[in-house]
Design a protein around this ligand. Structure first.
Ligand code: HAM
Length: 441
């Protein structure tokens, strides 16, 4: 295959090193206008987390494999086949496939659940899952996540769902459904399991191989199978919500009441079981028609027993995560990104060494004052060439300084859009430019 750079003469970049010039499958570089979109989303989402009182936490990208194998569940896709393993000396590590297990490890390690003042944490981190890449499904993707600990009330669940709802609204996305369910607790889950397995047992030979494997150890995961033949069977299943204990039923009813009061529309959907094993009680998913096949915008639920899987005393916790790349797809589908303001205020065009001596320190002074300033270091280039560059960058003003101007102790300030030009004295030029630029803001 010819090198991409071959046409401009770098033949040595071609095979056998060609593969090095490609990002790993399912992982992307983010730059240019894409980066501007990401930064805009990041600012908006962070501001919503702040108004809900969430504090940021960052956990390492590598965790011991047990952090996930003991918590996310042996029978889940993530643990079964999607984890990127890194083995070094006698450590078996994985690149984090999701944020909650690592968050819980950090909470227990630092005893954060005993800290009464902070209960709400958010993160914004890259995640890694070895999935089959397609639109909205990547091998490295980014999640915003929220985790609210030490509050077992249905109001905390409603608070977290309202937070996710507020994030999408802040970004101008309203085209989504909120589906909620209760997965039961330690008390009622055995009854739910018995009812489900009782129904599924006669249909076992007709389930897919994966579901047959999951029947004994993780029958609830069968409800999450995407195969049409399995879905047809589970759709005819009994209502598991009738197996909920009184406490779970009351919790779920109260959550629904709170969401109604907050005017957050939702669908009570018993098929929401989530793809991770640590949930109990409330589970929820936000799905959007803007996304295509990978329709989950975000999801989460309560995980009051997760600490036990680390051998610690449990405490209540509820949270969610949303995929950044899916947010970008949704916003692009709506054409809802604001125009990025990516233009320098000033372009300094020195014509000759002496002009560069004057403009170089001026450029740094202006930047220190917060003015986006570009400068040409190729002072031997013609005025025409320098202004062409200023135009390409879409600079608002250009400041031109040549030998004639230095002789007259002035510089020329050109408004690039209006094509007007004024002389300004070199003495006091910094203050003068600052005033001018601030007036234009
Ligand atoms: P999750 O449902 O596995 O939950 O992921 C949450 C969101 O991450 C999904 O709804 C989707 O937007 C995005 N996502 C997942 N996989 C991919 C992928 N391969 N490519 C692009 N985006 C993806 C969790 O991860 C839980 N830790 C959420 C949670 C937090 N539960 C309680 N607290």
């Amino acid at each position: 295959m010819p090198s991409r750079l071959g046409s401009i003469g770098f033949q040595w970049y071609s095979s056998p090193f060609g593969g090095i010039l490609k990002a790993v499958r399912g992982m992307h570089d983010i730059f240019g206008s894409e980066m501007a979109k990401w930064k805009w989303i990041e600012t908006q989402v962070r501001s919503v987390f702040e108004t809900f009182g969430y504090q940021e936490i960052r956990t390492p990208v590598l965790e011991n494999v047990e952090v996930f194998s003991k918590t996310v569940g042996d029978e889940t896709d993530i643990v079964e086949k999607q984890m990127y393993q890194v083995t070094k000396e006698n450590e078996s590590l994985v690149l984090r496939p999701e944020g909650t297990a690592g968050f819980m490890r950090a909470v227990l390690e630092h005893q954060l659940h005993r800290e009464p003042s902070i209960q709400k944490y958010f993160y914004y981190l890259p995640m890694f899952r070895h999935e089959r890449p397609q639109k909205g499904r990547l091998r490295q993707f980014h999640q915003f996540g929220a985790e609210f600990i030490n509050d077992s009330s249905p109001e905390a669940d409603a608070d977290v769902i309202a937070l996710l709802d507020a994030i999408y609204r802040k970004l101008g996305i309203t085209e989504y459904d909120i589906r909620i369910n209760s997965l039961g607790c330690l008390e009622c889950r055995p009854q739910m399991k018995e009812t489900l397995t009782g129904f599924l047992r006669p249909a076992l030979p007709n389930l897919c191989e994966q579901c047959q494997k999951r029947f004994e150890r993780a029958p609830f995961r069968i409800l999450d199978c995407k195969r049409e033949s399995c879905r047809e069977i589970t759709a005819k299943g009994p209502s598991l919500s009738s197996c909920l204990c009184t406490k779970c039923q009351t919790h779920h009813t109260q959550l629904k009441k709170r969401l109604e009061e907050a005017q957050i529309p939702f669908i009570d959907d018993p098929s929401i079981v989530r793809g991770l094993d640590y949930y109990s009680s409330t589970a929820f998913e936000f799905t959007s028609s803007l996304l295509g096949a990978q329709s989950a915008l975000g999801g989460g639920g309560r995980y009051d027993q997760l600490a036990e899987r680390f051998g610690e005393k449990p405490f209540p916790a509820v949270g969610f995560a949303l995929g950044m790349e899916r947010l970008v797809i949704a916003l692009e589908a709506k054409n809802a990104f604001p125009q990025p303001h990516l233009f320098p205020k000033l372009y300094l065009a020195p014509l000759g060494e002496r002009a560069l001596d004057i403009l170089f320190p001026l450029s740094l002074q202006l930047r220190r004052a917060g003015v986006w300033t570009e400068i040409s270091y190729e002072s031997q280039k013609s005025l025409k060439a320098q202004l062409k560059h200023a135009n390409r960058l879409q600079a608002h003003f250009s400041l031109i300084l040549g030998e004639d101007e230095i002789g007259k102790k002035v510089a020329l300030l050109k408004d690039m859009a209006a094509q007007t030009q004024t002389e300004i004295p070199l003495e006091g030029i910094y203050e003068n430019l600052l005033n001018k630029v601030n007036r234009e803001n």
